[in-house]
Ligand binder design. Structure first.
Ligand SMILES: Nc1ncnc2c1ncn2[C@@H]1O[C@H](COP(=O)(O)OP(=O)(O)O)[C@@H](O)[C@H]1O
Ligand SMILES: [Mg+2]
Length: 387
């Protein structure tokens, strides 16, 4: 190999050495430009540690989670740093862990972000629930660690490098429960590090989340003597102003708050975001129904108006994206009962009226003699006969 010539064209002088890890390729400017034409314009930097970079983790989350940019970013960075920490030899500078507190209304994606995160990770991951820990008087903490241990294939050393998400953490606040403080103390021990179910919990990354309803009033009281109106302010922005003192006033013990130093807010999802959730992600609800119908050789279509109505109704339920499935299941039930038994059915179109008035969908048949059962829920005028 000529030391100075480009390895690709073997004509020009090489100007750049790339991919040192996979055996040094030296290339010339012309070949670099040519490669850029066929490759992505900007190559992602491959992490020197061989770990998924924060942007790779976020890109994975983006495939499933609509909006909530702050949360996706913060979690991606925290997980990346967690990987680094558990790979570290422990010599010299000690890398401390930064547990995360996620604040956002119900159905905004707190649990969802974490469960989608689990799919991308090769560290054990489990989800716990503060309300069940509370009702067990703290005993469920052990169950949660056992679940992590199971996710680690029973290997305590592997479990010690895991990540745990604890849902509904705000329900441990004093305003909700008299025994909440005690459970916070018990959880604190777990987060700080103790041996539970044979697992040293000191290195486990904890992400905790809750709705923290009315936390904005605590902040408003502090900043403006209660005269600040936060209406219309994005939660992700508001949370940037939260102090440990606010959380203490809310009813969390200071030691606990001190152990989850990163705060991130998730916003209430508006109608457009809810429509996106129905249609855009890899496993979007509308796509799931389409797939189920396709398995019976029936094409399923939702009109834009129908999707908008589902989103509007979900917003009225005040349960965030969680309401979408409830509404869909309810409105799709009848047609899902009848459609599979009708061999002539070719296409079902869900219109806005199906959502608002529980009207019949539009059915397209291959033949002129539809199943009498199906005909019952089919207004005659809507039938389009393809013979
Ligand atoms: N931002 C989002 N993007 C996509 N789907 C979402 C989002 N937020 C919520 N969902 C959907 O709504 C469901 C309930 O959300 P969840 O994460 O459990 O809410 P919570 O914030 O109360 O923990 C999820 O399982 C998911 O299907
Ligand atoms: Mg949740």
């Amino acid at each position: 190999m000529n030391k100075d010539l480009c390895d690709l064209c073997k004509v020009n002088l090489a100007t750049k050495v790339s991919n040192p890890s996979s055996g040094r390729i030296q290339v010339c400017d012309a070949c670099i430009i040519k490669m850029r034409g066929i490759q992505k314009p900007k190559e992602e930097r491959v992490s020197t540690l061989g770990l998924p970079t924060p942007s790779e983790i976020k890109a994975h989350l983006d495939e499933y989670v609509i909006e909530q940019e702050d949360a996706k970013k913060v979690i991606s960075v925290a997980v990346y740093n967690h990987y680094k920490r558990i790979q570290d030899s422990g010599e010299g500078v000690q890398l401390g862990k930064s547990n995360i507190l996620m604040i956002g209304p119900t159905g905004s994606g707190k649990t969802y972000v974490c469960s989608m995160l689990a799919k991308a990770l090769d560290v054990p991951f489990t989800i716990g629930d503060a309300t069940s820990i509370l009702s067990s008087g703290g005993r469920d903490i052990e169950a949660m660690i056992e679940k992590l241990l199971a996710a680690a294939g029973g290997d305590p050393k592997k479990a010690e490098r895991g990540i745990i998400y604890i849902d509904e953490i705000d329900k441990l606040a004093e305003r909700y429960s008299k025994t909440g403080k005690r459970v916070q103390q018990a959880l604190l021990k777990c987060i700080e590090g103790s041996i539970i179910a044979g697992v040293d919990t000191g290195n486990i990354l904890f992400i905790v989340g809750g709705a923290f309803v009315d936390l904005e009033f605590v902040i408003a009281d502090r900043i403006g003597g209660g005269h600040i109106n936060f209406e219309g302010v994005m939660i992700s922005e508001l949370i940037k102003n939260v102090t440990p003192g606010d959380l203490k006033l809310y009813g969390m013990i200071p030691e606990f708050v001190g152990r989850v130093p990163i705060y991130v807010g998730l916003n209430e999802l508006n109608v457009q975001a809810l429509i996106d959730i129905l249609t855009v992600p890899k496993n979007a609800l509308a796509q799931q129904y389409k797939k189920m119908f396709a398995m019976d050789d029936v094409e399923l279509e939702f009109t834009i108006d129908a999707l908008a109505k589902v989103a509007q109704l979900a917003q009225k339920l005040k349960t965030g994206a969680r309401g979408l499935r409830t509404i869909m299941e309810d409105r799709m039930r009848e047609v899902m009962f009848h459609a599979p038994s009708n061999k002539d059915l070719q296409k079902v179109t869900i219109t806005a009226e199906v959502i608002t008035d529980r009207a019949s969908p539009i059915f397209d048949f291959v033949y002129a003699n539809p199943d009498p059962e199906l005909a019952e829920i089919t207004p005659k005028r809507e039938k389009k006969l393809i013979v």
